[in-house]
Design a protein around this ligand. Structure first.
Ligand SMILES: Nc1nc2c(ncn2[C@@H]2O[C@H](COP(=O)(O)OP(=O)(O)OP(=O)(O)O)[C@@H](O)[C@H]2O)c(=O)[nH]1
Ligand SMILES: [Mg+2]
Length: 428
């Protein structure tokens, strides 16, 4: 990868440490696509600024893309989740993969904050599998879907659940890029997909709050980009903060978006497209695809847009519970097809948006909107997705440290505000 940080930060020889205390504060219609038609694959080098302050903050053309803006961090053996560089994805590779649809459940100790629940009475067997499993995915190493987890994965899933389920707050709604407030510290992850694919339900399941984002059976429910903050309160050393700057009280921003496709509007796509191209703290996109449907041209267009913007991408299939017991075949086939498409895109864009770095080869499968999954915590495949999102956003898991404590922050800086990539976090 090319140089990884703005020149102004080159002189920093070691990473400042920022520790988080755990719990401490603690339309297109199907026939007339609109988003894709709005913006063909050609992309401008930058978007023109207006007089608006917020917008101009997003448009620093000297800033590297999210994939290249990083400073290597030394891993700390005292953190359980740490920020890391925007170096390539390190998809979790289970040490043991069971190439069948196993019935193995995560160990009871795997998720202390989200105790395992059994499915409601009379739940069909295939739904029970979906309901209770924290991780459901298809990896390149196996054509089949796996639900088994290993001990380290269990611990990661538990840490990620704790992270996502604390400090939740609605931040703002934005109609266009300039309505997004300035953000210089906190990584953002955007949730994208067709209308009605289950974006808002998915967000609710991630944060464990069924009513966080509004959900509807009618497509076109979400009409604005809605940002939510979550995670522990960051304790940012004074030297990293501008004078008078209001400090965020969350460590990750999730952005729910209006869908493309049926009942969507061209202006929504324009707003999202501009955000993807210009938002400085965007660290990755979660693209939801309905396992009920086939991969649409609009989906491919979106994936290509992310590839060209060199935005880290995680693909998640939704609604696995629909369509009966054949969900394994259906989701497995779709995951394989999606991976083939992504590989083709990697080759054609040729900008470093590669398997493992630009996009995660593990395709997660979820039933996040099913029954009470949002209340369940980590079931419906949601637990595994959380860990992948945190990795994509620049967090790392260090499972050695059991004690959670705030470390001395002795590093001081006289230089400019340091970005998220320089900051180290801690959570419980
Ligand atoms: N069975 C099932 N239904 C789901 C799942 N996820 C979402 N749904 C349902 O699908 C419908 C659409 O869900 P939303 O979360 O509103 O979808 P969205 O993508 O946010 O939709 P827009 O905001 O209109 O773009 C709702 O009726 C949800 O209850 C799922 O995993 N399983
Ligand atoms: Mg929605």
């Amino acid at each position: 990868m090319p140089p990884l940080k703005p020149a102004s930060l080159q002189s920093i020889s070691h990473s400042p440490r920022l520790i988080l205390l755990p719990h401490s504060h603690a339309s297109f219609t199907t026939s007339v696509p609109r988003w894709p038609r709005l913006r063909p694959s050609a992309r401008p080098s930058r978007i023109l600024a207006t007089s608006n302050d917020t917008l101009s903050n997003e448009l620093d053309s000297t800033l590297p893309s999210p994939l290249t803006a990083s400073i290597p961090l030394k891993s700390s053996n005292t953190t359980s989740i740490t920020s890391k560089t925007t170096s390539p994805h390190k998809p979790t590779q289970p040490t043991k993969v069971t190439p069948t649809i196993p019935t193995q459940e995560p160990s009871p100790s795997s998720s202390p904050s989200t105790p395992k629940r059994s499915a409601p009475p009379n739940t069909k067997p295939h739904k029970e599998t979906l309901f209770t499993n924290t991780l459901i995915r298809q990896s390149p190493s196996s054509p089949l879907i796996t639900t088994s987890t290993t001990k380290p994965q269990d611990a990661q899933i538990a840490s990620a659940a704790s992270f996502f389920q604390q400090g939740f707050q609605f931040l703002y709604s934005a109609e266009s890029l300039r309505h997004h407030p300035k953000n210089e510290h906190i990584p953002e992850v955007i949730i994208l997909g067709a209308s009605n694919v289950g974006k808002s339900s998915f967000l609710n399941a991630l944060v464990g709050r069924p009513g966080a984002a509004r959900v509807s059976a009618r497509p076109g429910k979400t009409t604005l980009m809605n940002a939510f903050g979550l995670g522990p309160i960051p304790s940012i050393p004074k030297g990293l903060v501008r004078q008078g700057e209001k400090l965020p009280r969350y460590s990750l921003v999730l952005v729910d978006t209006p869908g493309y496709g049926f009942k969507s509007q061209a202006s929504w796509g324009d707003a999202v497209w501009k955000y993807i191209k210009a938002r400085k703290m965007l660290r990755g996109a979660v693209v939801l695809l309905s396992s009920e449907k086939r991969l649409m041209e609009q989906d491919k267009w979106l994936l290509r847009t992310l590839a060209e913007a060199n935005t880290r991408t995680l693909v998640v299939l939704t609604k696995a519970d629909k369509g009966g017991g054949s969900w394994t075949q259906r989701c497995g086939d779709m995951a394989t097809l999606v991976r083939e498409e992504l590989r083709k895109m990697s080759q054609s864009v040729g900008n470093g948006w590669e398997e493992g770095s630009g996009w995660n080869p593990d395709i997660h499968i979820t039933a996040a909107g099913m029954d009470n999954v949002p209340k369940l915590g980590s079931g419906g495949g949601v637990g595994g997705v959380r860990t992948s999102i945190l990795e994509m956003a620049g967090f790392d898991f260090d499972l050695k440290e059991k004690e959670v404590k705030k470390k001395d922050e002795t590093v001081t800086y006289g230089g400019p505000v340091v970005s998220f990539d320089d900051i180290k976090w801690k959570t419980g």
